[in-house]
Write a protein that binds this ligand. Structure first.
Ligand code: FAD
Length: 379
């Protein structure tokens, strides 16, 4: 079989791969997405759809402000209802230390241009999140322009546009080799022996980006870590923002506006390294308790499904967006549990970087080879 030819091969059909593909297509490149499973079969189809701009690295804040602008226009741009809703995010502070940390973060965020983030006291938290138990609450960091969207709809929207522009999507095709000649990437080969040739190859393999990097002898410092989630039946929309409770027995959850389902997760302690997507009874038992502690009225809801997926962590909690030592081979990965929200802006920036031949590096803080000691605090 002769090799499939395109301008850019993208390994991975999650939010990052399809967003990169969409923005490259818009610039006239013929794109081929090569995905080992189905679109969204990795982390993107397992995430809870939260979109926030409240970070502490100025790069992530700026990218997220851009992403929110893309989400706002997405229905019109992609011709698909992605269920964008700016329901806000409320980070809760139950200790003076947390309050102080949030106040400092708010100053950084406002300085980076995020003007509507603000500190709210406990009474205002109660108004913003009707039905919330505010026992012991000192207040919170609130950003009303944060929001939510539906990951499957966004990815399908991007995929449709890539195909419209003459690109192609190859599912159930696992890349096993990165092809190269004279220090330059020339394409990829799948497990079944099919070749895809292109002068640009993008590693958008999320939690598997380290394995894909190794195919070219390139070290990508991204480690998979299991996170579980659950979803309830749908009820009338209660107008509660995404609640984030960083306490040891806290979690984060929101209600989808489009169908009234509550969806949420928490970060396990200790963390669970590796690619496991196994669900646990412990999570099913624990997560509802944590939700009810914050919003007791949810006790009437039935949980209808639980699942697990991977975060894709870098040592400092920030993404990797860079060229590599192999000419034409790029890495857009390591989103550290924030890839759905970062996706649209990351795709736009990655496309510009690639079209500049890897020379215009807009976010040096996301370089592959960097000092990883400056950690993102709002992980
Ligand atoms: C429980 C949970 C909740 C989350 N909640 C949120 C949230 O609210 N908001 C948010 O922004 N983020 C959230 N995230 C994180 C988010 O899901 C990820 O950061 C994001 O999906 C990463 O996107 P990606 O495209 O890089 O990776 P993926 O979606 O994993 O896509 C990578 C793709 O590459 C494919 N692949 C891997 N190896 C190969 C190969 N060799 N050949 C071909 N294909 C390959 C995989 O099959 C996969 O489909 C959550 C994650 C989890 C697990």
């Amino acid at each position: 079989m002769s090799a499939h030819k395109s301008d850019a091969v993208i390994i991975g059909g999650g939010i990052i791969g399809t967003a990169c593909g969409y923005y490259l297509s818009r610039q006239g490149l013929k794109v081929a997405i090569v995905e080992q499973g189905y679109l969204c079969s990795g982390s993107t189809g397992r995430c809870i759809g939260g979109i926030r701009q409240q970070f502490t690295s100025s790069g992530s804040i700026k990218l997220m402000m851009e992403s929110v602008r893309h989400f706002q226009n997405m229905e019109q741009e992609l011709g698909t209802d992605v269920h964008w809703h700016n329901g806000g995010y409320l980070f809760l502070a139950h200790s003076p230390e947390k309050k102080q940390a949030f106040l400092s973060n708010i100053a950084v965020q406002q300085a980076a241009g995020l003007k509507d983030v603000r500190w709210v006291d406990a009474d205002e938290c109660r108004e913003i999140a009707p039905g919330m138990d505010a026992t012991g609450l000192l207040g919170g960091s609130y950003c009303p322009s944060d929001g939510q969207a539906y990951p499957f709809a966004v990815v399908q929207g991007y995929a449709g546009k890539i195909k419209q522009a003459g690109g192609s999507i190859h599912t159930f095709s696992k890349v096993s080799h990165i092809l190269q000649q004279g220090g330059k990437v020339t394409g990829v080969k799948t497990e079944s022996g099919r070749e895809f040739s292109a002068g640009v190859v993008i590693n958008a393999a999320g939690p598997w980006s380290k394995d894909v990097g190794q195919m070219a002898g390139i070290e990508i410092p991204v480690e998979a870590e299991r996170h579980e989630a659950l979803i309830t039946e749908g009820v009338e929309y209660l107008n509660i923002p995404m609640l984030v409770d960083y306490r040891a027995d806290g979690g984060y959850f929101q209600q989808y506006k489009h169908n009234g389902q509550f969806i949420g997760c928490y970060s396990p302690v200790p963390n669970v390294p590796g690619h496991s997507a196994d669900s646990t009874f412990e999570f099913l038992h624990e997560m509802p308790k944590r939700m009810l502690k914050l919003v007791p009225g949810l006790k009437v809801l039935k949980v209808i499904r639980q699942w697990a997926g991977s975060y894709e962590n870098t040592p400092d909690g920030n993404p990797i967006l860079d060229r590599t030592g192999l000419d034409g081979f790029y890495t857009v990965a390591g989103m550290c549990g924030h890839g759905f929200m970062l996706g649209p802006a990351m795709g736009r920036v990655a496309a510009d970087l690639i079209l500049s031949g890897g020379r215009d590096m807009p976010y040096p803080e996301f370089a592959l080879k960097r000092d990883f000691s400056q950690a993102e605090a709002m992980k």
